[in-house]
Design a protein around this ligand. Structure first.
Ligand code: GLY
Length: 606
């Protein structure tokens, strides 16, 4: 039987044979994208290239990308949803289009993975406003099914934008101006009609089709024809070139290969589920929902923690905290005691495809176990808070009714969820509580929207400026401190830039001033910025600096800022440094391991 690792290897090599270059798995926490907390699809790091920038590796790309989708957290518990998954991806950046894409994916499924073509169904875009029905894909699918000896009638289903349109923000109306998107064509694997018509099925009296939720069909791949960009006023225009953006979930492809309707029963998840059974004494057959949540949430938390994110109350840290605590709630519910064995099994299952995980394991384990302790203390403090307010003993018996205000305090101050409050034995007026929460959420949403709105034109322009500013900062630091200094990381938002570099002492005020001075001189000189693609060896000869992942590349992109700086970089950048107006260094920090961090702003108000 084909394993998850073999599916990855087969997919990558089949697309490499078709002229695709493998690009690395981008970090789960994006480095320079302020619009999102996590990488949630393979295309995310490629947005500038889908919009028209030239990619250093060419027009055909392939990879396997670790993805996390926080928005799916409440769906986990059924047979197929997970928050963490690996996505197989291939891209055409203005090169091949529908014919090649659909044919190659169909061949990969039927010849590569050996799936029976009779088990496959597809969906195609039905059209929306000015964007036509995708009859071109329909014709291609008809030919593909016919050539496999299958009558295409009843194999091809048309759906509207709810099902067959893809963009990072979903539906056309939810896309911000400047966002790319397009119609798509999905492939579904059929586990058999009995899942729809069996006696307990709530769907049995309704017609079944690939997007039916009865569990009969599983979507295993999505070819997006990314050819539009949203305009001011809501209309769509064609991008400079027509792209293909394909994404297929590895866990789901494995489920199809193993003909397991429940992805948690595949060879990838099964050993992890067994470790949950061992740690709790319960069986999967009676407690599937809890065990799926435990497995998924601890897998996701393991991968996020391996990227050095610690549980906290904000941004990515808050999500890891939520995953671990929700996982623990379900674990305690079925009498679980020690999570160490589950974490070990997760690393065991993923280390072949993600070798970094094995190195990060000791750190990940201590992060998760520390959070388990913090959570126990939180629960204890929450009980004490209520016990004091209601003058009852710490040992609660039965249910205690508390005021909605106190439930609200447990959520906002102690960080508990409503279901955690209930599982502690407290009940409260749910309507009053919901009203209070709604008011609170509207207020916090107002401040969060700005940050996570995604691709706002204004914000992305500032981020581009931030990119160019880091190149200037990098070179200026080397001018002042010496050429042994180099960048070790960066993070750019529309509000500020954060730049890490190796240096074992704080800079003096004078040194900081000279760095800032040089950067601003280069801005005043209004230097032109351009890039060149060149073989890696030549790029190194030019003395280009910068973080460079040379795992799979032979050709690289080097950005030149006048004659002042040469740096490996994917871009995009401003065209002239004068656009930055001014850069101001806000502060420096010691971040340990011989590294310093500088915060700076571009075009500050004061
Ligand atoms: N980018 C295509 C997908 O996520 O389905």
């Amino acid at each position: 039987m084909v394993t998850a690792k073999e599916i990855v290897d087969m997919y990558i090599s089949s697309f490499e044979k078709k002229g695709h270059k493998r690009i690395p798995n981008a970090p789960l926490v994006p480095e320079n994208d302020p619009t999102t907390l996590f990488t949630s699809s393979g295309m995310q790091p490629l947005v500038p290239y889908l919009l028209g920038e030239q990619h250093p590796q060419g027009k055909r790309l392939v990879n396997v990308q670790n993805c996390f989708r926080a928005q799916d957290i409440d769906e986990v518990g059924d047979n197929r949803h997970t928050t963490f998954f690996r996505m197989l991806g291939n891209w055409s950046l203005g090169d091949y289009f529908k014919k090649e894409q659909l044919t190659w994916f169909f061949e990969f499924l039927t010849k590569g993975l050996g799936l029976n073509p009779r088990k496959l169904y597809v969906s195609v875009f039905q059209g929306f406003n000015d964007i036509q029905k995708d009859t071109e894909s329909e014709v291609i699918w008809k030919q593909l099914f016919s050539s496999a000896g299958i009558d295409p009638k009843d194999r091809i289903y048309f759906y509207g934008v709810e099902k067959n349109w893809w963009s990072r923000s979903g539906l056309p109306q939810d896309m911000p101006t400047g966002e790319p998107g397009g119609p798509d064509s999905e492939v579904f694997y059929d586990f058999g009609p009995e899942l729809h018509i069996h006696e307990q099925s709530q769907w049995k009296d309704k017609p079944c089709h690939p997007n039916c939720d009865c569990g009969r069909f599983l979507e295993i791949g999505n070819s997006v024809f990314m050819q539009y960009k949203k305009q001011e006023g809501g209309r769509f225009i064609e991008l400079p070139h027509r792209n293909v953006d394909f994404g297929g979930g590895l866990e789901r492809l494995l489920a199809a290969v193993e003909n397991k309707q429940d992805i948690f029963q595949t060879s990838l998840f099964q050993p992890i589920i067994t470790s949950v059974e061992n740690a709790t004494g319960y069986t999967y057959s009676t407690h599937a929902r809890q065990m799926r949540i435990i497995a998924d949430h601890f897998i996701a938390a393991t991968f996020i923690a391996a990227g050095s994110i610690k549980p906290s109350n904000k941004e990515q840290g808050y999500i890891v905290r939520r995953l671990i605590r929700r996982g623990l709630d379900n674990f305690y519910e079925i009498a679980g005691k020690d999570i160490a064995g589950i974490i070990e099994q997760i690393v065991e299952q993923y280390k072949d495809t993600d070798p970094e995980l094995a190195n990060a394991f000791p750190n990940v384990k201590s992060i998760l176990l520390a959070e388990e302790q913090t959570y126990k203390q939180t629960l204890h403090a929450a009980k004490k808070f209520i016990a004091k307010r209601y003058k009852i003993g710490d040992e609660l018996k039965g249910l205690t009714e508390i005021a909605a205000d106190d439930a609200f305090a447990l959520v906002t101050t102690h960080g508990l969820s409503p279901s955690q409050i209930k599982s502690l034995g407290f009940i409260f007026n749910e309507q009053k509580f919901a009203e209070k929460m709604k008011k609170h959420q509207t207020l916090s949403k107002r401040s969060a929207t700005k940050k996570f709105a995604g691709g706002l034109a204004d914000d992305s322009e500032k981020t581009v400026m931030g990119h160019t500013a880091t190149h200037l900062l990098h070179q200026a630091l080397r001018d002042v401190l010496g050429n042994h200094v180099h960048q070790t990381g960066s993070n750019i938002t529309s509000e500020r830039i954060r730049f890490d570099y190796n240096y074992d002492q704080n800079l003096t005020d004078e040194q900081l001033k000279s760095v800032e001075h040089i950067v601003n001189d280069k801005i005043r000189e209004n230097l032109p910025v351009h890039f060149e693609m060149m073989p890696l060896s030549r790029a190194k000869e030019t003395g280009a600096i910068g973080l460079f992942d040379n795992k799979y590349s032979d050709k690289v992109k080097v950005y030149f800022v006048g004659n002042y700086s040469k740096e490996f970089c994917g871009g995009p950048h401003v065209d002239f440094t004068g656009r930055l107006k001014r850069v101001k260094i806000l502060k420096q920090e010691n971040i340990g391991h011989g590294q310093r961090r500088i915060y700076a702003v571009v075009n500050p108000k004061s």
